[in-house]
Design a protein around this ligand. Structure first.
Ligand code: HEC
Length: 456
């Protein structure tokens, strides 16, 4: 316990260093004090809370660093993105609590240009007690450190429930259901997913060059439950950490993974799954069968139940099924203080993502977007190469590559082969990555060829 006191003190000290002149935290009210949420957020300083009265708000929002956005009565405030972009973007240390978040833009299926309900990028934030539905991806984390995604209902999003790139969040006590493609997609990330119900997606948890820790979750009704992508080289040393999950009613339980200690296959006996009530009936095999570790215990100190109503954040009666009553704020129960500044970077494994170095990110992008055709080594020998109408370029060919300028390479990467009269089988990438990422790939190609432009 001394340890946790020290941690809190350290967080306090770090906060004081960051905001030495900070005025006492203010509460900015919408609509009584400010007509729109955006107007209030513009005035919000670190430590302030924007408190929103029930209602429907058609706004796309950015919560500034260190500020909180809270609905007075959980889920009674709806944020509607109007079908474009991200509905809510959270800066470092920001929080979003108690909203219905819906109707983001629908663009993006991989990479950083993903649109969705709540988006955290280049920082750690908390997203709690929300209902996130009808978006492209429910929650998106990109280069995010130790964010906390807890006690949300993330349901019915058209592509992903939670989408992670280069991120290390804690994902706890959410119900992640009916998201079409994947419940959780993890690319180049190290998430801890504990005590979630993940159900009704094509793949419930999909991991690509990631170390995913899955414990105490209930995974049901997936075509695939847990799938680790095959990336023969990069997948080495990134085995998932799996224990004490319940898997039931999936077509395939494990792909490139094996059952962990304490994993069970049995009917979880939800009280009323059809109505979204994932509490467990008496006699459920998921009771007292979660992770036995002390830090995972139920609030009453007993061994954790599996699923969204077990573990330390399982205060009743959060996660009300649809149409149900108000859920109390879970703030008192945080395991992880919001955005623990004092711990970043470097102290103890949860530092902001190791992939942030541009070349590492470029290599990750190359494996993700280019290696199927150009090969992992860049020699043009990718698995898909033979089926194409032109052979993919050999990026290790020093003499050819030194005849190409950086701008030409960049143009082909972002606009596709046809932009410079090359074959159309070289696809454009501007919809799946930013300009900076495409420029990073040019640098990576220069590494592969060990060359620069030397003239035509
Ligand atoms: C679907 C297969 C495919 C994928 C995916 C792909 N490429 Fe290509 N790429 C090709 C083919 C085929 C060519 C050769 C086109 C030709 O010769 O007309 C090519 C050519 C190129 C060239 C040559 C341009 C020049 O100046 O000669 C570059 C650079 C390149 N690709 C980079 C990339 C990068 C970087 C990625 C990933 C972001 C990528 N490619 C993804 C198939 C692919």
């Amino acid at each position: 316990m001394v340890h946790s006191v020290m941690t809190r003190a350290a967080v306090f000290a770090a906060a004081a260093l960051l905001f030495p002149m900070a005025a006492p935290a203010a509460e900015l009210r919408v609509p009584s004090g400010f007509k729109t949420i955006s107007a209030a957020l513009e005035k919000a300083a670190p430590g302030d809370t924007v408190m929103v009265a029930p209602g429907e708000y058609r706004e796309r929002l950015t919560v500034p660093a260190g500020a909180g956005l809270t609905c007075e009565i959980p889920e009674k405030c709806a944020l509607d993105g109007g079908g474009t972009g991200a509905v809510v973007t959270l800066r470092d240390g920001a929080s979003l609590d108690g909203f219905t978040v819906r109707n983001s833009g629908k663009a993006g299926f991989s990479g950083t240009k993903m649109e969705g309900g709540a988006r955290i990028e280049n920082g750690a934030a908390t997203v709690t007690n929300n209902r996130i539905t009808g978006n492209n991806a429910g929650v998106i984390l990109i280069q995010s450190g130790r964010s906390l995604i807890a006690r949300n209902r993330i349901e019915g999003n058209s592509r992903y429930g939670i989408y992670l790139l280069y991120s290390k969040p804690e994902i706890r006590n959410n119900t992640i259901t009916g998201n079409k493609d994947k419940g959780i997609y993890s690319g180049y990330s190290e998430p801890l997913a504990a005590n979630n119900v993940i159900s009704g997606s094509d793949t419930l948890v999909f991991s690509e060059v990631s170390v995913v820790t899955l414990t105490g979750n209930i995974l049901t009704r997936g075509a695939n439950a847990i799938q680790i992508a095959e990336f023969p080289k990069d997948q080495q040393g990134v085995a998932p950490v799996i224990s004490h999950n319940l898997l039931w009613n999936n077509a395939m339980n494990y792909i490139n993974a094996t059952a962990g200690e304490g994993d069970i296959a049995a009917d979880p006996m939800f009280v009323n799954e059809a109505k979204g009530d994932y509490t467990l009936k008496p006699g459920s095999p998921a009771r007292d069968a979660g992770n036995p570790g002390k830090t995972f215990h139920d609030p009453d100190g007993s061994r954790a139940d599996m699923g969204a109503h077990g573990g330390p954040l399982a205060g009743a009666p959060a996660l009300a099924p649809q149409g149900g009553g108000a859920a109390p704020s879970a703030k008192a129960g945080w395991l992880t203080p919001a955005a623990p500044k004092g711990e970043e970077p470097g102290a103890g494994g949860w530092d902001t993502v190791s992939m942030k170095d541009e070349l590492k990110m470029a290599r990750a992008n190359y494996l993700l977007h280019c290696s199927s055709c150009h090969g992992e080594k860049g020699d043009g020998e990718g698995q898909a190469a033979e089926a194409l109408s032109a052979p993919p370029r050999d990026h290790t060919d020093t003499s050819y590559m030194s005849t190409r300028t950086d701008d030409e390479l960049f143009t082909v990467i972002s606009e596709g082969g046809t932009a410079l009269d090359f074959d159309e089988s070289m696809p454009p990438h501007k919809t799946v990555m930013t300009e900076a990422e495409a420029r990073g790939l040019v640098k990576y190609l220069r590494k592969l060829c060990a060359c620069q432009f030397t003239g035509k």
